[in-house]
Design a protein around this ligand. Sequence first.
Ligand SMILES: [Zn+2]
Ligand SMILES: [Zn+2]
Length: 98
Amino acid sequence: MNSPDRNAKMERRRLFHGLCPRCGIPWNGPTRECTTCLRKRSEVARQRVDKRLAAGLCRDCGQRPLMRGYQRCKACNDQSNKRLAAYARRKAETPGKR
Ligand SMILES: [Zn+2]
Ligand SMILES: [Zn+2]
């Protein structure tokens, strides 16, 4: 049995005891998971992206073929442009605090 509910419960218990929710080692850093888990996670993400790109698939969804000269499909590229535009707008509206 490996229900997500049980995992969530275990994660909460680990967090409560000051442990990394993923691997369970004592962890008290500024991030939720320990540095080992964070590194492993980004490593896995990078490998997935590499595999997708090598197969000529969009790095975001891994479903649709790449647009020529891009690392994403048309839909994901539009999405990402929209996100960037929204982010730039938000940044322009908020006066920078120093
Ligand atoms: Zn960990
Ligand atoms: Zn895509």
